[in-house]
Write a new protein. Structure first.
Length: 274
């Protein structure tokens, strides 16, 4: 249950998010800039892995220190002093500063605590704030990842790309157990019923918490665990989890505790990200 998923799944069988983002930016004639802190340029690296990205990507400001955020991006000293570098307020000013600096149509900022040190009681390791700034939108997100340093950076980069996709008109909705999207739109789940490989951790109280899984050749990292419940089926008392990924897909995972066996029972993937 604790295997390294990255070493097992091989190449993904679908288009990476950075490819989808690039295609939409190019089709709509929009430009993108980034302001990165905890990701250290990872988002820009992913975007520029796509051939022809110079047509829409203007640049990235990797502002790791407080001073860099102030001097390069114009983040106010008062904002940093009051809220800290890892905050929704700082992420917003970083994104707005990057849009001004590069003259971009869209700018996305990320700031957080990648770990393994640096966490505080009110700001744990894995806490990340994202912000997208555009003429017609200011969108912020907050996540708490629970991977190692590199894993937290990768998840933040994926969440940033998913945020851009949603803004560009590919809404990636999350769902509750009844199959209702959080925005109110009804969608039907795909009934899967397949065994899957899951990476999980054990909490101090003995509970098992899934952190990532492989489905259809792709590793899905778990950004949020929603409803949890017990369900009897085939003589097994299953532990059920409704989980959400950074790309806002939703899945129902089930664990047979006595066997360590995981099943993916239902999925609410969107065609554009599945």
């Amino acid at each position: 249950m604790m295997q390294n998923l990255e070493s097992l799944h091989g190449a993904a069988n679908d288009e990476p998010l950075e490819v989808k983002v690039g295609a939409l930016l190019r089709a709509r004639g929009l430009t993108l800039a980034l302001a990165e802190s905890c990701t250290g340029g990872l988002i820009g690296n992913l975007i520029t892995d796509v051939p022809g990205s110079s047509a829409y990507f203007l640049g990235s400001a990797v502002t790791y220190a407080y001073r860099a955020k102030e001097v390069v991006l114009g983040v106010r000293h008062e904002t940093l002093a009051r809220y800290g570098a890892v905050s929704a307020e700082t992420a917003r000013e970083m994104a707005q500063g990057a849009r001004r600096l590069f003259g971009a149509d869209i700018a996305v900022a990320v700031t957080g605590i990648a770990g393994p040190t640096g966490g505080l009681p009110d700001k744990p390791v894995g806490l990340v704030y994202l912000h997208l700034s555009a003429d017609d939108a200011e969108i912020g997100e907050r996540h708490i990842w629970d991977a190692d340093r590199l894993g937290n950076k990768r998840r933040s980069a994926e969440a940033a790309l998913a945020l851009i996709l949603r803004y560009l008109g590919q809404p990636i909705e999350q769902h509750d157990h009844a199959g209702t999207a959080r925005g109110g739109k009804m969608t039907l789940p795909e009934f899967v019923g397949e065994p899957i490989l899951v990476q999980a951790r054990f909490l101090p109280d003995g509970q098992v918490q899934p952190t990532a899984f492989i489905w259809r050749g792709r590793t899905r990292y778990i950004a949020e665990i929603g409803r949890q419940w017990q369900e009897e089926a085939d003589g097994i008392s299953w532990r059920c989890y409704l989980v959400h990924t950074p790309t806002a897909e939703t899945f129902e995972l089930r664990l047979a505790p006595g066997e360590g066996r995981w099943m993916l029972m239902r999925a609410w993937p969107r065609p554009d990200v599945a």
